[in-house]
Design a protein around this ligand. Structure first.
Ligand code: ZN
Ligand code: ZN
Length: 382
């Protein structure tokens, strides 16, 4: 009888197609950053390799690992001129995009067609994304390759300008060829961050020459081999402030320079975007506090983003001592101490606490300036 029940259960499992094995959890870890200025804040990586050039990963995996890491869009950018696996995988410049897009479509991840034009410096390595077709870029002259990309409506950016493989000292140099590209409208953006490297000089060029700031992984191996993703370490990404998560809307935002770069604990970008990100992330829970004599009060400040904001105080106040270097931890509410300087202070006073957010870089040298308004009621103790 018992045996029959067991067999019946097995038959049922078979009919219903239920697996008795433990489910493998395929989960996405969202990156929390606020939407700003009426735009969606999209998390993107526009520089990714697969086995179709010198990467070690099949294109389907690129789409799911990006989805798992909370990304919204990726570009597949295999090298045009460098295919070390071609004895095993024949040259097909379009194929890695086509395969990755199939997986991306099932995950609502936008996959963008790109190629890396891979030449010696100058002009170095240059990505063209939003291509219509890749093979015409396979042509002897790099000027022809970039002209063809531009004729297809591509967004073109200079990769890793300070890469030690081409600049032994790791310093980026601007060559006459880059001026030529800029003047012909054949370069629209530049990697301020590539992989683990931030190039301050490139950050400066992006501001001076009005180029779109990009931060990309240039990943070749599985992302989890290069980054401790299990413990929250992330690849560099480009934040794109776009009207929608579509290739057209992302391209429009890139052309309009509406980006920032998230790289380790740094957020790099124009002040017009970093300021609203800070303001939309931070909430002062109790801006009104009472200080008794030389006692302390605490202002609670919540940060709903995933970025720790590292603050350094820039003003000295006569009536109070305030936390000089608070860190507004991502996803936490932290205490900002306000301590009275004298037992005799009385009345109500408003303060604009001025801080520099040192890890929100609006120039290579300058952090974002912010103000935290508080109102203190002083109760004298003698
Ligand atoms: Zn490269
Ligand atoms: Zn690359």
């Amino acid at each position: 009888m018992r045996k029959q029940t067991a067999i019946g259960a097995l038959v049922l499992v078979g009919i219903m197609g239920i697996s008795l094995r433990a489910e493998v959890i395929r989960a996405r870890s969202p990156i929390h950053l606020p939407d700003i200025l009426g735009y969606q804040t999209l998390k993107c990586d526009f520089h990714i390799h697969t086995v179709f050039s010198d990467g070690g990963v099949w294109p389907t995996i690129r789409a799911e690992e990006a989805w798992r890491e909370g990304l919204d869009a990726i570009a597949i950018t295999d090298h045009i001129e460098y295919q070390p696996h071609k004895d095993d995988i024949p040259t097909n410049h379009s194929r890695s995009f086509e395969i990755a897009k199939g997986t991306g479509d099932t995950l609502a991840l936008t996959v963008i067609r790109g190629s890396e034009v891979t030449r010696k410096m100058p002009p170095g390595h240059i990505n063209a994304i939003f291509l219509k077709t890749n093979p015409p870029l396979d042509t002897p002259e790099w000027r022809d390759a970039l002209r063809i990309a531009a004729e297809q409506g591509a967004f073109i950016f200079w990769n890793h300008p300070g890469w030690t493989g081409q600049q032994a000292d790791g310093l980026a140099r601007w060559y006459p060829e880059h001026t030529e590209l800029l003047e012909k409208g054949l370069i629209h953006g530049i990697e301020v961050v590539n992989d683990r490297d931030y190039y301050p000089e490139v950050h400066r060029w992006a501001l001076e020459k009005n180029l779109t700031m990009m931060g990309n992984s240039d990943v070749h191996d599985p992302v989890s081999m290069g980054f401790d993703t299990d413990h929250g370490e992330r690849r560099a990404i480009t934040l794109v402030f776009a009207t929608a998560n579509t290739p057209e809307a992302i391209k429009e935002a890139l052309v309009a320079h509406r980006t920032a770069v998230l790289h380790k604990d740094l957020l790099i970008g124009r002040q017009e975007y970093l300021e609203p990100i800070f303001k939309a992330s931070v909430k002062i829970m109790n801006p009104l506090v009472t200080v008794k004599g030389k006692g302390s009060a605490y202002v609670q400040i919540a940060n709903t983003s995933d970025v720790d904001f590292q603050l350094v105080g820039t003003n000295r106040l006569d009536e109070v001592i305030v936390s000089a270097r608070p860190i507004l931890r991502g996803g936490k509410t932290v205490l900002l101490m306000i301590q009275g300087r004298s037992p005799e202070t009385t009345g109500k006073k408003s303060f604009d606490l001025k801080y520099t957010v040192t890890n929100l870089k609006v120039t290579p040298e300058d952090g974002l300036q912010v103000t935290i308004p508080v109102e203190v009621t002083f109760v004298p103790t003698k």
